[in-house]
Write a protein that binds this ligand. Sequence first.
Ligand code: AHG
Ligand code: MN
Ligand code: MN
Length: 336
Amino acid sequence: MHNYRTSITQFIIEEQRHIEGATGEFTSLLNDIVTACKVISNLVNHGELVGVLGSTESENVQGETQKKLDIISNDVFIKSNEWAGHVAAMASEEMDDIYPIPEAYPRGKYLLTFDPLDGSSNIDVNVSVGTIFSILRCPDGIDNPTKEDFLQPGTKQVCAGYALYGPSSIMVLTTGNGVNGFTLDQNIGEFVLTHPKMQIPEDTVEFAINASNMRFWEAPIKRYVDECLAGKTGSRGRDFNMRWIASMVAEVHRILTRGGVFMYPLDEKNREKGGRLRLMYEANPMSMIIEQAGGASSTGRERIMEVEPSDLHQRIPVILGSKNEVERIVQYHQES
Ligand code: AHG
Ligand code: MN
Ligand code: MN
């Protein structure tokens, strides 16, 4: 028997069949997102051969120098998603303001936020990068959405996902009914189901944090990491391992695969900005995926998905991954 694999298109259509009143609009939107990620994957794979490495002269609204691929990926995402009539407006890390769908196209009922290229400091050194996206509903009766219409808590997300451009390209998705992973089969140009029902182990001995910020950390983070580092001889009674890829997509994918905890906490260096990672297109979609796979996601003080957003580019502390470790870190915050 031929080894038949479910394509992502088939998977989404079959999943939507169980949803009452589904019109196919959402299925079609996801298809356009998948197409965008395939295009970005192709560009990332070809790298210097197609002249996409290196930086530009410009900065984004966060004051970060934009890589060529940050801008190209942003354009690809917009071009793929603006024409079909499923989206009312988009917002991205690389655009100061929201992107309303141009007059030439019909407007749909969804709002799309994305980080077109996550971990872009990795791009020139040929290390994994990714794309993160989140889908919200456009509030009823609004056909001219403004920034305020995007400011919905993570619990309101209809769908969240990421594409990881690593040794293979993988798309991971949730629509609130578990988490599934699809690998891009280059030969047929389709993502196919390879990682059904992903689940994060509740316990782990692996943590990820940028330790160069150690002197800025708050007491609970310092305590947690100190205890990990003490290993077998310390209070935890076991040795821990550490990883830092500097690409949240790659870290989250590792955690979904074998467990772990990822921290980009509030510290003295990022306190004024409210954290390092962005709520609307990094922390919220990743939190939905992590929770849907049985993990937990918190700022240390509250559940990320319950935070009421105040700005499109708002930053937030992120502690996510294996449930028992995240709960322990939250408890350390309560105790201090
Ligand atoms: P981006 O490339 O979209 O700006 O995001 C990078 C983020 C995240 O992916 C990663 O975990 C973190 O920034 C890395 O931060 P450091 O440079 O402090 O390690
Ligand atoms: Mn990012
Ligand atoms: Mn980015």
